[in-house]
Design a protein around this ligand. Structure first.
Ligand code: MG
Length: 385
């Protein structure tokens, strides 16, 4: 039976700041791990990869191949799935539908679920629920019941269906835009769906902690063959009237700001140089020459996006960043938490991997006189061995 797959990676990832499917995970992005697993299974052809328009633009050409067709998704998972489904060739008889945010799926799981779908028509991988479930139906969080845990399984993907069964489900419930999986539509048609016991490792990346866990599991699978490199960065900018003050990707309310070709964000420049240092990839001044008119007033977040892209290409990931600001004014301690959250979002790592502190220069020299702000950063990076 001709088998195709649809990998849905069209989410906007509001909980992680940017689409989680393209966050760095070990030496690839989250979605590429799933894609590689599906590509290992030669009987699956084609693989339709559904992504946001921005990701189609940025990654589409790189991820397309004779087996992989990249298409644009929509506002919800269900809309994205329907868009992907339209591109499935007529003669595909069995379809595997996978969440792009489940990078730890194995070829064995995919094959087991497909085998069950060839046999019974509709199947999905799932694991027994481990925690005791509590029913809560009021805003005050009073418990109203405890269902028996033994009858609950947590559904995963790939969900696999014979084409006519999926077709019926999608065509009978065209208004269903918010369903979180296809199985619930198939169940409503009256077709039986079979569970294939899976592993807890096939979880969905939703929060920054999930990414940390996925990274640890990925490293273990790869035998922990990584080396650590440390990079150092420094930056200083003049503090002048008539400029906005940008630090760590945040605009602070202050009468003076840092003078520079970009927005003058000394924290991002020091961190960028520290990461490039660990990668052995030079400095941001080479990637963004100050005499290039195109970089005039660019947000330093754009510079960091280019640094992060370099890190992903190098197959590296960020283990830790430690930042020391030196400034007489403004007082920076009240902003520590906001700085940390902002850096974590820009660098796509949990906040636990970021440390930030600020010192005064004890009234000495230009920084002590309030005429400049300096920043030091150390980045620890894991590189492929
Ligand atoms: Mg600078």
């Amino acid at each position: 039976m001709r088998t195709g797959a649809i990998i849905v990676a069209g989410g906007s990832g509001t909980r992680m700041g940017r689409p989680k499917q393209f966050l760095p995970l070990s030496e690839k992005t989250v979605v590429e791990w799933s894609l590689d697993t599906f590509l290992q299974l030669e009987e699956i052809d084609p693989i339709i990869l559904v992504m946001t328009p921005e990701n189609v633009r940025d990654h589409g050409a790189r991820l397309s191949s004779d087996r992989v067709k990249v298409v644009e998704g929509g506002a919800t998972r269900m809309v994205s799935l329907r868009n992907g489904y339209k591109h499935l060739p007529e003669d595909v008889e069995v379809v595997a539908i996978h969440d792009g945010a489940r990078p730890l799926v194995t070829a064995a799981i995919v094959r087991a679920v497909l085998d069950e779908a060839y046999e019974s028509g509709a199947a999905l991988p799932a694991v027994p629920v481990k925690d005791t479930l509590k029913k809560v139906t009021n805003k005050q969080l009073w418990i109203s019941g405890t269902p028996s845990r033994s009858s609950f399984w947590a559904a995963q993907t790939p969900q696999c269906y014979r084409r006519e069964i999926l077709d019926e489900a999608l065509s009978r419930f065209p208004e269903e835009k918010n369903a979180t999986d296809e199985s619930q539509l198939v169940e409503k048609t009256g077709h039986k769906v079979k569970i294939v016991p899976s592993t807890y490792e096939n979880f969905k990346i939703t929060t920054p902690e999930d990414l940390t866990m996925a990274e640890a599991l990925m490293e273990e699978r790869r035998g922990g063959r990584r080396r650590t490199a440390v990079g150092f960065g420094f930056d200083i900018h003049k503090l002048v009237a008539g400029r906005e003050l940008w630090l760590a990707g945040l605009k602070l309310a202050h009468p003076r700001g840092l003078l520079g070709h970009s927005d003058g964000d000394a924290v991002l420049h020091a961190v960028g140089d520290a990461i490039l240092g660990a990668l052995g990839a030079g400095e941001i001044g080479i990637m963004f020459p100050p005499d290039n008119p195109k970089i005039k007033n660019i947000p330093s977040k754009d510079i960091m996006a280019a640094v992060m892209a370099k890190m992903i290409t190098a197959g590296a990931s960020l283990a830790h960043v430690d930042v020391t600001l030196v400034a007489e004014e403004p007082k920076l301690k009240p902003h520590y938490e906001a700085f940390r959250a902002s850096l974590a979002a820009i660098l796509s790592v949990p906040e636990t991997r970021i440390n930030l502190k600020a010192k005064s220069n004890e009234g000495l020299d230009s920084i002590g006189h309030g005429d400049a702000i300096a920043c030091y950063a150390v980045a620890t990076v894991l590189l492929p061995a």
